[in-house]
Design a binder for this molecule. Structure first.
Ligand code: MAN
Length: 548
């Protein structure tokens, strides 16, 4: 079908109109390809056919590549070039040519019959340029800030490298210190062993051991007798219930009566005659005293003996001895002599110990100080404590060093703070955004949270998991998305999670929050870290478009 505006164009100046019509929909760089031969023919652009020049844009598709119909909808594989003077030129699919609709990409209306679509390119172009200029300004400012972030990352790298070096030195010193303290602890330990052996010779300790032995023996004998009594009780019980009273055997009767009295039982004949005396099972002691009743003189009852004797026999007498020693020495406090070791060089320590022992021995002999106050055991525990403190300090420094080392690796790692380290500045920075009844928090590279404004529990929305794994690490696209995962589980739903969509902006800020699905949140945010210098990293937005 011939485009109606082509028919309308016929009465116009034929040559001018014909020339213009033949170039309708042709991109400026291809204009030279649309000229007829001397014999007024034309070749399809793929060279497959030669046609009369009149066949170009005649609304009939002749060429396989659709090149003979750049300005009509006749060839389905063809594209129409909208010049859009004053804005940006753009291709549209040929199927949209002459469909009576005004295309956004064809603001000059050249794809429709004249008068159908007004030419709006001037105003659209102006608005577009104003917007682009504003964005460019933001990008320029943002990229300047970004370069300060990069400089910060380099500084941080240097600072951390220095820190690692100095921590390494500190570790060497601390390791030597730990070795020295271990040596002292081992030596004082062996000294304290000897002192302990000496203390164990004390009459008090020896007597305690004897008491313990005596108690153990008594317990063993007591148990033997208790067993024997139980067995005798069983024998006499059988005799009591099984003997024949008709035989009138006085010896048997006496034994039964005697047992009944001892055990506090009613006479068996009364029970058999149907008397109302109850059969007591519990055997009481001779005087009718009940087991478990406390003794007046403070002695232990049978129950206490059964329950607590075992504990007493399990006493750690060595520890008791040391506690006793500590207790006895406590009021006198530490003598300067016992603190002096911490000020002495290691090489002098053994000599000092010998000298100290001799001095103490003499002081004791002369009665100037009470005997056995050397406190070698507490000296040993002090040495152990010093060793433990130094060891844990060493471990703390080692931990600090390895953390600094792992941060150094992350600074310029594409999967962490970016190839240029541009995100390091934001490490652990927290941004907030208020929406509805919550304040939404985003602590970069750590955790996202949902905090209720009017009280209630804060929910974790997830911890930092990764950048946009669908893009190539290091590309701008890669840093346009961040995932925070495995937050607090939603009631009857998934674990809470966040996707942050980043764009270039002059400030680090969260600009919107939405809960797209239950417990799946989307933040939008801006950061200068994403502002590349204008021109750099342009991924060809203008594909198919061209500003004129
Ligand atoms: C809380 C908030 C909401 C969420 C519901 C799900 O109220 O975390 O965002 O939708 O729990 O039960």
């Amino acid at each position: 079908m011939v485009a109606p505006w082509l028919l309308l164009a016929l009465p116009l100046s034929v040559t001018a109109a014909a020339a213009r019509d033949k170039l309708l929909g042709v991109h400026p760089t291809s204009v030279s390809k649309y000229t007829p031969t001397k014999s007024n023919t034309w070749k399809c652009l793929d060279g497959s056919k030669e046609l009369p020049w009149s066949a170009v844009n005649d609304d009939y598709c002749d060429c396989e590549d659709g090149s003979d119909e750049p300005g009509t909808s006749a060839c389905s594989n063809s594209q129409f070039w909208c010049q859009n003077a004053g804005h940006i030129g753009s291709y549209i699919p040929s199927s949209r040519v002459g469909d009576g609709l005004c295309e956004a990409d064809c603001c000059d209306g050249s794809d429709e019959q004249p008068g159908v679509c007004p030419n709006r390119c001037k105003e659209i172009g102006e608005a577009y340029r104003a917007n682009r200029d504003a964005e460019l300004k933001i990008q320029k400012t943002g990229s300047k800030i970004r370069s300060t972030y990069i400089a910060f990352a380099h500084k941080e790298q240097k600072r951390l490298q220095e820190e690692v070096k100095s921590l390494a030195k500190e570790i060497v010193t601390k390791e030597k210190e730990v070795e020295r303290l271990r040596d002292i602890a081992e030596r004082t330990e062996s000294l304290s062993q000897a002192a302990l052996e000496h203390k164990k010779q004390s009459p008090l300790y020896q007597s305690l051991l004897n008491h313990n032995k005596a108690l153990k023996s008594l317990k063993r004998e007591y148990q033997k007798h208790a067993d024997r009594e139980r067995q005798l009780g069983d024998i006499l019980g059988s005799l009591r219930t099984g003997y024949n009273p008709n035989y009138q055997d006085m010896a048997v009767l006496e034994a039964v009566r005697g047992w009944e009295e001892l055990a506090g039982l009613p006479h068996i004949n009364d029970i058999k005659k149907g008397g109302d005396a109850e059969e007591g099972g519990e055997v009481t002691t001779g005087e009718g005293e009940k087991a478990g009743e406390p003794e007046d003189d403070g002695l232990w009852t049978k129950d206490e003996l059964d329950g607590e004797l075992e504990d007493i026999l399990g006493t750690d007498y060595t520890q008791l001895l040391l506690d006793h020693e500590e207790h006895i020495n406590a009021p006198t406090g530490d003598s300067v002599l016992f603190k002096i070791t911490s000020y002495l060089p290691d090489s002098l320590l053994p000599t000092y110990e010998v000298w100290k022992d001799n001095l103490l021995e003499w002081l004791e002999r002369l009665g100037i100080i009470p005997e056995e106050t050397s406190g070698a055991t507490s000296e040993s525990s002090r040495a152990q404590q010093n060793l433990a403190t130094a060891t844990s300090e060493l471990n703390r420094i080692k931990g600090e060093k390895s953390e600094a080392e792992s941060t150094i690796v992350k600074i310029f790692h594409p999967e962490h703070f970016g190839i240029e380290g541009e995100w390091k500045k934001m490490d652990d920075e927290c941004l907030e955004y208020e929406f509805g009844e919550y304040t939404y928090e985003l602590c970069m590279f750590r955790e996202a949270k949902q905090k209720p404004k009017n009280g209630g529990s804060t929910f974790s929305l997830g911890r930092f998991k990764s950048w946009n794994t669908d893009a190539r690490p290091g590309s701008p696209e890669y840093y346009s998305k961040q995932y925070y995962k495995h937050g607090a589980r939603c009631w009857n739903g998934p674990e809470r999670s966040v996707v942050v969509l980043w764009t270039c902006g002059t400030q680090n800020a969260v600009t919107s929050v939405a809960e797209l699905e239950k417990c799946e949140y989307q933040y939008t945010a801006t950061s200068p870290a994403l502002c590349l210098p204008p021109g750099a990293g342009d991924n060809g937005n203008g594909k198919n478009r061209e500003e004129l």
